[in-house]
Design a protein around this ligand. Structure first.
Ligand SMILES: *Cc1c(COP(=O)(O)O)cnc(C)c1O
Length: 223
């Protein structure tokens, strides 16, 4: 789509708040092919990189357009045309050093560590979605492309309709959350209720996934 948009004179911006980081994974990189042709990207540090809120990053190919959109001059601000001044490149004049946390996270992880974080969380999501989806009374709604997928829970009574499955889905989600073992949020996908499976924390382990699957199994066996 980018060449088509460019041919029409459009600026192409990619909202990569979550997904852009998947470029760090050799396995997932093909999903982001062509993104390098965009004029600008936005991404977040406080999602997959796990740095504290609130940490967003913009990348703009056209340096002058970026500066012109963000810079604000005032007579009492000393300008030094020879040095980069952050007030020319972002919407704030005052802010804490968000860049430091990003730098520290990337230095600590390294290229392989970041790739491993992406692959690991994607793999856990896949295990959770397929594992829960295979349980009696559950089904897969969306397999994950990255680290998010959807499942739902079915009302086993004969003649149950979509509204019953929706109610059952909300009940099972509440029951899983009440165990304290895992936390899932409900969502609506194409008009049906579903459970959102999203794995992003760098501390999540294989054992956490096992425990979560067990908790779901116990809830489903209850009623
Ligand atoms: C999280 C998210 C946002 C919102 O970004 P914040 O920086 O957290 O406010 C926008 N777009 C997408 C695709 C997101 O995942």
């Amino acid at each position: 789509m980018i060449p088509i948009a460019k041919a029409a004179g459009a600026w192409v911006h990619v909202d990569g708040a979550f997904g852009l980081v998947a470029r760090a994974s050799r396995r997932k990189r093909p999903l982001l092919e062509g993104v390098d042709q965009a004029d600008s990207w936005a991404t977040d540090g406080h999602k997959w990189l796990n740095v504290p809120f609130d940490c967003g990053i913009a990348f703009v190919r056209d340096r002058e357009a970026h500066r012109a959109a963000m810079t604000i001059a005032a007579s009492y601000i000393a300008a030094n045309s020879g040095a980069r001044d952050q007030i020319d490149w972002n919407p704030e004049w005052s802010r804490r050093g968000r860049g430091f946390a990003i730098y520290a996270a990337i230095r600590e992880l390294g290229r392989r560590g970041l790739e491993d974080l992406v692959d690991r969380t994607c793999g856990y999501c896949e295990r959770l979605v397929t594992g829960v989806g295979a349980m009696p009374g559950a089904e897969v709604v969306r397999l994950p492309h990255l680290n998010q997928g959807l499942v739902r829970f079915l009302d086993q009574r004969r003649g149950a309709i979509d509204a019953d499955h929706d109610r059952r889905t909300d009940e099972v989600i509440a029951a899983i959350n009440a165990t304290g073992e895992a936390f899932f949020s409900p969502t609506t996908w194409l008009g049906r209720r579903a459970m959102r499976v999203s794995v992003v924390n760098w501390r999540t382990t294989d054992a956490d996934v096992d425990r979560t699957l067990e908790a779901v199994k116990v809830v489903l066996a209850r009623a």
